[in-house]
Design a protein around this ligand. Sequence first.
Ligand SMILES: *Cc1c(COP(=O)(O)O)cnc(C)c1O
Length: 230
Amino acid sequence: MSTDLQQLIATNLTTVHERIALAARSASRDAADVKLIAVSKAQPDERIEAALMAGHRIFGENRVQEAVRHWTDRRARWPDLELHLIGPLQTNKVKQAVRLFDVIQTVDRPKLARRLADEFATSGQTRPCYVEVNTGEEPRKAGVMPAEADEFIEWCGNEAGLRIVGLMAIPPLDDEPSLHFALLREIAKRHRLPRLSMGMSADYEIAVELGATDVCVGTAIFGEREIRAP
Ligand SMILES: *Cc1c(COP(=O)(O)O)cnc(C)c1O
């Protein structure tokens, strides 16, 4: 691995951590309450290795298949990894996802919630889950609609038996993100959910100011994605 690449990614990680700290301070928050999830989807192996060498251990992926390729062997080498699923989960991939990921951030429909609960029961391995909310009410996007979020969150906890610890949202690409972040925070507050996953490379500082506990940052750490989705 080139030292240049290693240094670049180490520097990027430091910069993002510093900006998180500044944003946290300006909101009178403790930066230690913000988790930086490095989104390694569509990134070459050498960049992932560089982030690991720099000491980073928390990663996010949005496709189960690619995550299996990226992380199955690395799990053995880096036992303190923490992997978050931040992309859509099909029910036929639930078993694989539960085996690989520590946190499932994208619960957004009853069928998936039930399938996850079944898998936790049969495997004896439970995982904390987040409900994904489609704050922009975009027709073809994942996530439960805001109007249905309250009922769905309650149902996931009380009926499906999932351990829902937070919410996640991806605001519409060309929308002012802060309204979406504020909406997500309001819903989480109503349900006393401690985790709030929001903010990407372009807007993670705003997200931290509005209460994010998890920010999912890809390109600001790794550079532009290189591998096109298969
Ligand atoms: C790809 C992705 C990210 C990272 O986006 P960047 O703009 O590269 O930081 C964050 N969250 C989700 C859900 C993603 O799919």
